[in-house]
Design a protein around this ligand. Structure first.
Ligand code: 3HC
Length: 653
């Protein structure tokens, strides 16, 4: 057996065929923490000094090559050697250094690989510089070495978007030199042996051809428009576009930009979200609780929501049985689902074999008993308590005792639905957001009696559906819609107090929301909320402030874009301020003797943010949400709150 040399707690090596095979073992993702950096530095020095060693292979233990710099070290004093220095030593090594990518090489991990003299990967590896998603730019040479390898436009596209590329694409882009057909490390040793003798090819010494401004605009235009309001993507474009400078100048600029951005509020917000996403599925009390196996999912109600859920479930490999009231509705649902799969096929998200496999796993029925094989049934029928209770009672009779029943209700009380069944412990809420095959957020509603393994199953299914699950207790509207109600209420108070819809929307869009609240209402249609307000009129607390402006709009037939007008007019489809709306608002103010005053953008933003955060605090106090960061995730992923502001709870902190 080869003798193992230990360079640090996380870096060790063996010598095979004269090649030093260095393995980074720093669970969970082999981040380049201080110990890894110092271990690598020592390993390189050892290789340089040992005459018997002819080359070096660097690889990772486990399923990741290197997940990047250690994000948990950000904000702490730097510990030497810093990553750029280690990377420069790799590139300067007199002996060939081969990166053997056993899995994802991200951020600093890819930057390290770029400085190696050869890159070979297993076919399942992935590469990317996702730093912009953390509000920073690559800080260890990525913006300078990647364009030298693949050209400025391709590097801009990857770095400014933070997109991850699979091994095959990375090979075709020339980020990788080779994909290992057989054993990765054997192939890497072979490559290192081939390279000995010749002077190693140094990425940093390649010439970066300057790109012309049209090419730069073409590569960056859409990405920067989408990243409106954020600094990192634009900085990434600037750095890559100027990579034809001497390497040292480019690296110095990159490092300075990285350090400035790393300490920004934007980066702190995005780091908060990175960790929040990973925390969200950790639920106290679920440690050691196994999820129930789920193979077949029943979906009741094949309207827009049910069809979206079906597409997500088919995509995750589940067998789906759809149930609807009539043969016609079931067939229509089936057609809609197949149509969505066809769209995935046309866009290349799905290949022909995948399409056929998914279509084969779908069946539809009108007979409750056909749901008998289901491990989980999700209902997405009309949001009416009587309808849902009736359905759950019927399901109780046809499914196995261990089958889990989930309601997708947005506003009803799932405890009442559960109580109507024979086994309330197997009921939970799975609140999808529309369109369900696209939106990542999934509120997992823990009812009074939900069993722990049922909750664990809800979370496991959510993960497999590639959703972002956030656990919520039972309250009107759960986490998201309850905060949204508080936010909407405050916006209506602002209207009555003197702001106009376009002023509120402009303040929200300036803050970073993709679209203002009133523009969103118009897009979604005003009538559902109107019907709800009418239903609630009888139980509304008369002492509570209630703004009637939206009711007046609906009474005037202004039901949103569908009716051609709502909070705005839409001549030629273009959102336009409508004096008729202003007149309605002014009339309501006059009726209540409210003297309108003007509001600055800052004031509007603060009032809306405060309203959201205050409702968030209430949800925490009531134990509906477990963590402030869960609330931030819900508002970012379900309601357009800008991620780079960290969510309403973070923004207020
Ligand atoms: N630093 C510190 N911790 C990290 C980390 C990192 N770069 N990447 C992941 N982790 C932690 C997670 O917080 C999580 O911790 P937990 O178990 O305590 O919750 C654990 O590793 C596992 O992470 P995931 O659940 O995300 O594991 P997956 O297997 O699903 O995904 C991954 C692995 C694809 C590597 C994913 O973790 C990932 O995308 N990581 C971040 C990659 C990234 O952004 N890298 C750039 C960092 S910045 C940088 O490199 C700057 C440089 O330019 C100088």
């Amino acid at each position: 057996m080869n003798e193992v040399t230990t360079f640090s707690a996380t870096v060790s090596a063996t010598i095979r065929d004269g090649i030093l095979v260095v393995t980074i073992d720093n669970a969970p993702v082999n981040a380049t923490s201080a110990d890894v950096r110092s271990g690598l530095e020592k390993a390189l020095a050892h290789a340089d000094a040992a005459p018997g060693i002819r080359g070096v292979v660097i690889t990772g233990a486990g399923k990741t090559f290197i997940g990047g710099a250690d994000i948990r070290e950000f904000g702490k004093p730097a510990i030497e050697p810093i990553l750029p220095v280690v990377i420069e030593k790799i590139e300067a090594s007199s002996k060939p250094v081969v990166a053997a990518l056993n899995g994802a090489a991200l951020g600093g991990g890819l930057e390290l690989a770029l400085a190696c003299h050869y890159r070979i990967a297993s076919p399942s590896a992935q590469v990317g510089l996702p730093e912009v998603k953390l509000g920073i730019v690559p800080g260890a040479g990525g913006t300078q070495r990647l364009p030298r390898l693949i050209g400025v436009p391709a590097a801009i596209e990857l770095i400014a978007s933070g997109r991850i590329a699979k091994a095959k694409e990375a090979l075709s882009l020339c980020i990788l030199d080779e994909l290992a057909e057989t054993d990765l490390v054997d192939a890497a040793i072979e490559a290192a042996r081939r390279l000995t003798g010749a002077s190693p090819r140094k990425t940093g010494e390649l010439t970066a051809a300057p790109a012309d401004p049209t090419e730069i605009d073409k590569a960056s235009g859409k990405i920067l428009a989408k990243a409106r309001g954020q600094k990192a993507p634009a900085e990434a474009v600037r750095l890559v576009a100027s990579s034809h400078r001497p390497l040292a100048a480019g690296l110095a600029d990159e490092r300075a930009t990285f350090l400035t951005l790393r300490d920004s509020r934007e980066a702190a917000a995005l780091r908060h979200i990175f960790f929040a996403e990973r925390e969200a599925s950790k639920v106290a009390g679920l440690e050691g609780i196994d999820a129930r196996p789920v193979v077949t999912i029943g979906i009741c109600g094949l309207g827009l929501m049910g069809s979206g859920i079906a597409v997500a479930a088919l995509g995750a490999g589940y067998t789906v049985i759809g149930l609807d009231q009539s043969l016609e509705a079931a067939q229509k649902g089936r057609q809609r689902i197949i149509g969505l799969l066809e769209r995935n096929l046309a866009s290349g998200r799905l290949d022909q074999a995948g399409f056929e496999a998914q279509a084969t796993r779908l069946s539809v029925t009108v007979t409750d008993a056909d749901l008998a094989p289901c491990d989980l049934v999700i209902e997405a029928v009309f949001d009416d308590l009587t309808v849902k209770i009736d359905l759950f009672r019927r399901l109780d009779k046809v499914v196995r005792p261990e089958t889990i029943l989930a309601t997708n209700t947005s506003y009803l009380n799932p405890d009442e639905i559960a109580a109507a069944t024979a086994h309330p412990e197997r009921v939970l809420g799975l609140h999808f957001f529309s369109p369900a095959h696209v939106m990542r957020l999934l509120e997992v509603v823990r009812c009074k009696e939900t069993a722990l393994d049922v909750l664990a199953t809800g979370l496991a299914v959510a993960k497999r559906l590639r959703k972002l699950p956030v656990v919520t207790g039972v309250t009107e509207g759960f986490i998201g819609n309850r905060i949204f109600s508080a936010y909407r209420r405050e916006a209506e108070y602002l209207l009555e107090d003197g702001a106009l819809p376009h002023e509120i929307d402009a303040a929200l869009e300036d803050y970073g929301f993709p679209m203002g609240l009133f523009a969103v209402y118009d897009m979604a249609g005003l009538e559902i909320a109107w019907a709800r307000r009418k239903r609630q009129a009888a139980i509304r607390d008369p002492s509570e402030r209630y703004v009637e402006i939206a009711d007046r709009l609906c009474e005037a037939g202004r039901l949103g874009q569908k009716s051609g007008r709502g909070w705005y007019a839409y001549p030629d489809g273009k959102r336009t301020i409508d004096p008729e709306v202003t007149a309605i608002i002014e009339a309501e103010r006059a009726k209540r003797s409210i003297a309108a005053r003007s509001f600055s953008q800052d004031e509007i933003q603060k009032r809306l943010l405060n309203a959201m955060a205050a409702e968030g605090e209430a949800l925490l106090a009531e134990g509906i949400a477990a963590r402030a960061s869960d609330i931030d995730l819900v508002m970012i992923n379900g309601y357009g709150f800008p991620a780079y502001k960290g969510g309403p709870m973070f923004a207020k902190s």
